[in-house]
Design a protein around this ligand. Structure first.
Ligand code: ZN
Length: 160
C-alpha cells in the first residue's frame, strides 16, 4: 500500500534545525499518526510522503513556505507586566492563548524586562528550515468516521 489521500499514516520522525539541533522527535513516544491529504501535517512533508510505503526512510529539508510560514515581526509586541496578573513564575518560553483581531492565537513569552514582557504570536518554527528524518511505520485506509472528522483516530491520533 502506498501513501495517498484518505490513508492514515504512522511515521517516526526527527526534526532538526539548520544547526543540527533536535527540535522535535517521536522517539520514546507513539509514532505520529495523521490522515493524509487533510492538512494534518505541514504541506511540504505531506507532499514528500505521497507514494511512500511502509519501511521507507526519507531525509527532507522543508523551506518555511512549505512549513510554518515566514516570521511576521508585527506579531511580536511588548505588553505590561500587569497583563500577566495571577501567572505564577512568568518565564521565557511560556505559552498563552490570547485574543487578537484575527481570533484566538497562541503567543509565546520571548523576553522579560523590568518594565515589559515581550510576546510573540509567530509559530515557534516560523521562518525556519525544517530538516526531517522520517520512517514510515504504518499505512491503512481511513475509516468513514475519520474522513468525516478530517483527522486520524486511535493510538497516536485523536482520542475523543
Ligand atoms: Zn475525530
Amino acid at each position: 500500500m502506498q501513501i495517498a489521500d484518505k490513508t492514515v499514516v504512522a511515521i517516526d520522525y526527527v526534526l532538526k534545525d539548520d544547526a543540527g539541533e533536535v527540535i522535535d522527535s517521536s522517539e520514546g513516544q507513539q509514532p505520529l499518526t495523521y490522515l493524509h491529504g487533510a492538512s494534518g501535517i505541514i504541506p511540504g512533508l505531506e507532499r514528500e510522503l505521497t507514494g511512500k510505503q511502509v519501511g521507507d526512510e526519507l531525509q527532507v529539508s522543508i523551506a518555511p513556505a512549505d512549513g510554518y510560514g515566514g516570521r511576521n515581526d508585527g506579531l511580536r509586541q511588548e505588553v505590561a507586566h500587569d497583563q500577566f496578573q495571577g501567572v505564577q513564575n512568568l518565564s521565557v518560553g511560556m505559552q498563552f492563548q490570547a485574543d487578537s483581531n484575527a481570533g484566538p492565537m497562541v503567543v509565546t513569552v520571548v523576553e522579560i524586562s523590568d518594565a515589559t514582557v515581550t510576546i510573540d504570536g509567530n509559530h515557534p518554527l516560523a521562518g525556519m528550515n525544517l530538516n526531517f528524518s522520517v520512517t514510515v511505520r504504518d499505512i491503512r485506509e481511513a475509516t468513514q468516521e475519520e474522513l468525516q472528522h478530517g483527522h486520524a483516530h486511535g493510538p497516536g491520533g485523536h482520542s475523543h
